[in-house]
Every structure is written in C-alpha cells, then in structure tokens.
Design a protein around this ligand. Sequence first.
Ligand code: PLP
Length: 227
Amino acid sequence: MNTIAENVKEIRRRMEEAARRSGRDPGEILLLAATKMNGADRVREAAAAGVDLCGENRVQEMQQKLAEGAYENVPLHFIGHLQKNKVKNVVGRVSLIQSVGSAELLEAIEKQAAKMDLVQDILFEINIGREPQKSGFLPEELPDALKQAADCSHIRLRGLMAIPPAAETADETRPYFAAMRRLFEEHARDASMEILSMGMSHDYEAAIEEGSTLVRIGTSIFGERYI
Ligand SMILES: *Cc1c(COP(=O)(O)O)cnc(C)c1O
C-alpha cells in the first residue's frame, strides 16, 4: 500500500500530464481531497502532502473533524448533499459550498449568511446526466438560478460542479464533462464564474482534458472506503 503522500504525488504528476496534453497550465487546476470516512489524522496527512483543499460530504462528520482541528492547514469545502435544516451548521464554517442544487437551498444559504453578516462562496451543482435520483439544477434551469444568485447579496457564486452518471470507463463520462464545459463557458463571463469542479478518482484526467479547474479525489488518495 502506498502512503497518502505517495498517492498525492502520483496524482499531481498525472494531473500535470493531463493539463499539458490539453495545452493547459497545470497551476490552474486545484486538487481537493474528498475526506469522507477518513479521520482527522488522515485529513492532516493529506494536507501535509500538499492537497489544495479538503471536501466533506456529511455535516455531522465535518463537525466532528472541525472540533478535532483537522482542517487547520487546508481550506475546507462542503461537497455533499445539504439539507436545509443543516445549512446553519455549514454556512461560515467552510470556504465554499460546492453542492447548491436548488432554489430553496440557495435561499436558505442567503438567509443564514445574512444573519451571520458574511458572504458565502458557493458553486451550483448541475445534474448533467439528468438522473432523477440525483440533486442539482438541470442545465435549462441554470439561467433562472443565475438570476436568483445575482440578487443574493450574501452569496458569491464562483462556478459550477457536477457528478456525472457512474460509468465503467472515463471515456463514457467524457461527453458529460464536455457538456459541463460548454455550459460553463456560456455563462462564465456574465456571472463571473471561474471554478469548474469535475473529475474523481477514476476519471480526473479526462475531466482535466475537458476543462476542469478542480478535481475531487477520495479513493486514489486514501484507498478504498470500507463501511
Ligand atoms: C466521494 C466523493 C468524491 C471522490 O470520489 P472518489 O471516487 O473516491 O475519488 C468526489 N466528489 C464527491 C461529491 C464525493 O462525494
């Protein structure tokens, strides 16, 4: 078994190669460690290995690790499904909420951020595979959502995020990444968005080739998760 530091080094190498292959600057692509089910010590190990960001999926797990000081050396994002009644536990505690996929959630975050007198950075999650069981805005819902975000003075929309349908190979996922990039480019300038969060352990190189600026990696850093 490789150490976390060895895994991070290998991922960085592959990220750089994917960036070069597609004529991009490797420095413009961020590596987020998806830290779910890994304890505070392993989060610290990933931070020491030089990941740019950490991302948590579950509010309770995040609170536990926050209390343990796990993220002292690395900015934290929320990347999981967020219920409205948990918004108060996340706003102001993370530098970015990546998974804002409904008008109701956006409104709840705006209200909480106003109450706390801060501006919360967010991404819009897009249900790019149009999967009924998944959350996120459908692509055609994005223009209205952008208008709503522009009216929220306590929210700063920084970009888009997607989790494409599970696939056997990265090449099956590639068309979804390309569709995300088109959607992003169509709206990026008007909405001043600069982050396109896509790509996980099995497909991050394809995601980078298709324009990702932030990859979210769990298994390839920490090994398989056992529940
Ligand atoms: C777990 C998770 C990842 C990382 O998945 P791996 O396949 O383990 O790399 C990325 N994004 C989200 C939203 C996740 O929940």
